[in-house]
Design a protein around this ligand. Structure first.
Ligand SMILES: O=C1O[C@H](COP(=O)(O)O)[C@@H](O)[C@H](O)[C@H]1O
Length: 259
């Protein structure tokens, strides 16, 4: 498991653009190495900001979108097309603008779909889909090339909230979340063991309201109290911050200078 490394950008716009450029490079490299790439998307403001920046980046043409698998780290368990679903927002920000293979866009189940309102059955079905995609050398989920996570002001990542049962999960890869403190209360989430199967985990935190969460998670807090602290990648754990979110870090790193 890798230790966190920090990159601080001047503001959230630059952070989104730089993270989008980084993601393009990572996908292109993975496709050159293995033929395909796999990325786990996050919901939230910073994740959607990155996707929108990617949509505007001319270098997006370098990606072979048909050889990219997309997964989600969490989802709000709402009907298909609901504007609060993470996949609805991701489609608007980027996915509807690029030539993806629909069979490789692995959205999490919808409420009122095959599993009705049973979020636990829906979570189990997503775990099965992940297991089916895992290679012989992977564990119960694929070794994602990049798994992105927005960091909530309370240090939650995916739908793993501080002290909540889902953050304590050590066996299952995907769980139904009941009674989340942030609406909607019913969600589906990858667990920390699933997140830790990723080659690279990128945590996105921009804005003043993320400063305390970043400081807590990066100051030795436990993962039960601060789930972001437990999100680590096998080869790399990268915190991508803007200066506002980095302002309360013990020794605030300097922003990357503009050219
Ligand atoms: O509800 C959620 O919140 C987090 C963080 O969102 P943000 O808007 O505070 O950046 C997000 O990462 C997660 O995917 C989402 O379901």
């Amino acid at each position: 498991m890798s230790d966190p490394r920090l990159v601080v950008h001047r503001d959230k716009e630059l952070m989104a653009q730089a993270a989008a450029a980084r993601l393009i490079t990572r996908i292109v490299d993975a496709q050159a190495d293995r033929g395909t790439a796999s990325v786990v998307l996050t919901g939230g403001r910073n994740g959607n900001g990155l996707l929108a920046a990617l949509r505007s980046a001319p270098a997006r043409e370098a990606v072979d979108w048909s050889r990219l698998d997309l997964w989600w780290g969490d989802e709000r368990f709402l009907p298909e097309g609901d504007p609060d679903r993470n996949d609805t927002q991701a489609r608007a920000a980027l996915l509807d603008s690029v030539p993806l293979d629909p069979a490789r866009v692995h959205t999490m189940p919808v409420a009122g779909g095959a599993h009705g309102t049973d979020v636990d059955a829906a979570a189990a079905a997503y775990a099965e889909e992940l297991a089916a995609a895992a290679g012989p050398e992977d564990g119960a989920v694929p070794a994602f090339d990049v798994l992105m996570l927005g960091v909530g002001p309370d240090t939650h990542v995916a739908s793993l909230f501080p002290e909540h049962p889902a953050v304590r999960e050590t066996e299952r890869m995907v769980v139904g979340v009941h009674g989340a403190p942030k609406p909607p209360p019913t969600r589906i989430s990858l667990t920390l063991p699933a997140i830790r199967c990723a080659r690279e985990v990128w945590l996105l935190a921009a804005g003043e309201d993320k400063a305390q969460a970043a400081a807590i998670a990066l100051s030795g807090a436990g993962e039960l109290q601060a789930p972001a602290a437990g999100a680590r990648g096998r080869s790399r754990t990268l915190w991508l911050l803007d200066a506002a979110a980095a302002a309360r870090l013990p020794r605030a790193p300097q922003p990357v200078p503009s050219p």
